[in-house]
Design a protein around this ligand. Structure first.
Ligand code: NAD
Ligand code: UD1
Length: 334
């Protein structure tokens, strides 16, 4: 039985599909602070298989220990946490609480119950300003905002834990920019309030929930002047977790990028989304967003060598799958 923390969220729900399809049994622990339990009903509908859903908080160590024992969990996929950079600047203590203290309590619960296999959701944000591109896994780590620092602190805690007890097996996955949705259109990203991220915002313009996109700067050092990112289809990302999980039978601690290795600019994404949706996306060019970087993308050879995994879906597929979800669920899970 695999414990999936934050499994009702955007990436966790897609990972549950891949886990169930790989024949794993799954128990999700989620407090639904940024998700809707309906996502997990849909996961079960897609897979034609049940999973166990427990409403609870990773910071409740005793309850997590009880859950692990009751369900006979042998490994943990840890998605639960808060993820907005902007919000983390305004509410840093919340981010240290949910992310760092939450992960610490979860690790303690695992230690106390003898579960030593963990996959952790990290982020390319731990690399900070690029000293070279593509980011290889040995690029210096230098998070530049509170959210990123919580991710880096957790990574450090995990590396320290492995040194202290090398019978653990820990996979740190550094996601690039996850977008898209399961091809059924039944589950997808359902941001609360105004989306900060590009593709959810573009999707809401296409469906008519927002008037126009703001393009944050067109004077970057990139081919068309707009920011370049490594967008990765969330189902490719989900598959990466199943590949990583297979490595945990041997004690080890590794950090690996999950990206495509290719960058797309804001305007390329807008054009791909227009083609996928058949909708015009009006936009205005606005000043740069503070803290943004010109361009970054992943080195992908280590993921291939280590796990035999690589992303296969194109930006066109990401946009058409995102659009299928958005257009059939204009208000998300409602
Ligand atoms: P999400 O907000 O959709 O999912 C997180 C889930 O965790 C939600 O269901 C939320 O209710 C739950 N949760 C939060 N705090 C909890 C707690 N204390 N106890 C129990 N459940 C809790 O986010 P996501 O996009 O699916 O991201 C998943 C993970 O991947 C996060 O750790 C995030 O930092 C990381 N990540 C995300 C991105 C991205 O762009 N989405 C990029 C890099 C890394
Ligand atoms: C942001 C986070 C990063 C996180 C990632 C998850 C910041 C500084 N970084 O990255 O830590 O891991 O989300 O996906 O917030 N853009 C617009 N208009 C918009 C929204 C975005 O032009 O309305 C541009 C941005 O300037 C950027 C690109 O689109 O060039 C991508 O932005 P976004 O989706 O927010 O992702 P990141 O900034 O890469």
């Amino acid at each position: 039985m695999i414990l999936v923390t934050g499994g009702a969220g955007y990436i966790g729900s897609h990972a549950c599909i891949e886990l169930l399809n790989a024949g794993e049994d799954v128990v999700v622990l989620d407090n639904f602070c940024n998700s809707n339990p309906a996502s997990l009903d849909r996961v079960q509908e897609i897979c034609g298989k049940p999973l166990v859903v427990v409403e609870g908080d990773i910071r409740e160590q005793a309850a997590v220990e009880k859950l692990i024992i009751e369900h006979g969990c042998t490994a943990v996929l840890h998605f639960a946490g808060l993820k907005s950079v902007q919000d983390s600047v305004a509410r840093p203590l919340e981010y240290y609480d949910y992310n760092v203290i939450g992960s610490h309590r979860l690790l303690r619960a695992m230690e106390n119950t003898g579960v030593k296999k963990l996959i952790f959701s990290s982020s390319a944000t731990v690399y900070g300003k690029p000293q070279f591109l593509p980011y290889t896994e040995d690029h210096p780590l230098n998070a530049i905002n509170p959210y990123g620092r919580t991710k880096l602190t957790i990574e450090d805690m995990l590396r320290d834990q492995y040194v202290g007890d090398p019978t653990w097996s820990i996979g740190i996955l550094r996601y690039f920019n996850p977008v898209g949705a399961h091809e059924s259109g039944l589950i997808g990203e359902d941001p609360r309030g105004v989306p900060n991220n590009l593709v959810p915002f573009v999707a809401q313009v296409a469906i008519g929930r927002r008037d126009r996109l703001n393009v944050w700067g067109n004077d970057y050092d990139t081919p068309d002047g707009t920011g370049v990112r490594d967008y990765i289809h969330v189902m490719d990302l989900a598959a990466g977790h199943v590949s990583a999980l297979k490595l945990l039978d041997t004690p080890r601690c590794f950090a690996v990028n999950l990206g495509t290795g290719a960058g797309s600019s804001v305007l390329e994404v807008v054009r791909a989304f227009e083609a996928a949706s058949g909708k015009h996306i009006p936009y205005d060019v606005k000043p740069r967003r503070p803290g943004d970087i010109d361009a970054y993308y992943a080195a992908t050879d280590y993921a291939l060598r280590l796990m035999g995994w690589k992303a296969t879906r194109t930006i066109e597929m990401m946009c058409s799958d995102h659009w299928r979800w958005q257009s059939s669920n204009p208000n998300g899970y409602g």
